[in-house]
Design a protein around this ligand. Sequence first.
Ligand SMILES: Nc1ncnc2c1ncn2[C@@H]1O[C@H](COP(=O)(O)OP(=O)(O)OP(=O)(O)O)[C@@H](O)[C@H]1O
Ligand SMILES: [Mg+2]
Length: 274
Amino acid sequence: MARINKGSQERFRTRQDVFDAYTLDTLKELIKKRVIDGLSQAVFKGKESNVFLAESAKGMVVVKIYRMGVCDFRNMYNYLKFDPRISPLPRGRRAVILTWVKREFSNLLIANRAGVSSPRAIFNMNHIIVEELIGRGNGVSPTIESSAVHEPSDFLMQTADNYRKLLGAGLVHGDLSSFNILDKEGNAVFIDFSQATTISSQEAAHLILRDMRNVAVHFSRRYADKMLLGIDMAKKDSIRRLMELFWKTARKGIKSGEWTDMVMRDVEREIMNN
Ligand SMILES: Nc1ncnc2c1ncn2[C@@H]1O[C@H](COP(=O)(O)OP(=O)(O)OP(=O)(O)O)[C@@H](O)[C@H]1O
Ligand SMILES: [Mg+2]
């Protein structure tokens, strides 16, 4: 009898977990529509989704497949309900998850159009998103969590500039951290817009602040030995100063409207108190 080694068992488990009938049908449709030619290899297995590379007529692309069975749809609902674009709110587990994925895809489109450095949105069907592969040659670009950036000051400014473009398009990222920023040969690329919402959401100021704090904490911890744009990263108040710098850069040139003024005031107050 053929033996199945541990690695294969592991792969099989992953496959069974993600490739249910609904997923297989959706993948078949994507192939029929010539969006992809077929899956090539697994890149990442997260809490709620699997990310694969896939062949397509235009080369390798990324396919993000939500595992419908494990998605925390109550948590998704709690985010969706603060997004003024989602009306009426979806009812039931399946509808909530599909709305979540659709929103992620449309966020990605908005980011693309605003010139935010982000993977190009290619296609969405059901619980699957197809997007541009951010990669170096044949490989996948690393997150800034997994690999050190060469020019921290420059990278941080790119990150703030990217955030400015996103805010200019009326969106906050909502899940920005070293895990959702890729380093493509020195270029900061934002990914994972699943929690992005509009700046008019009552959660906006809180989310902007959380995003900025995540980035500031990461840069100040990782690059404590370096001088970053005149900020002594070893100093205690470096995180607050980084957040100030990030915010100043990110809001520069954004047209003031009633909502932006409000969010800006909230964020500025919070940075000062931080
Ligand atoms: N377009 C892309 N190009 C290259 N790598 C990508 C791309 N999209 C995702 N990845 C890789 O897959 C990982 C997971 O993707 P993503 O952040 O979108 O999922 P996630 O929402 O965090 O997953 P989960 O919530 O299920 O834990 C990323 O950290 C990155 O390594
Ligand atoms: Mg992520």
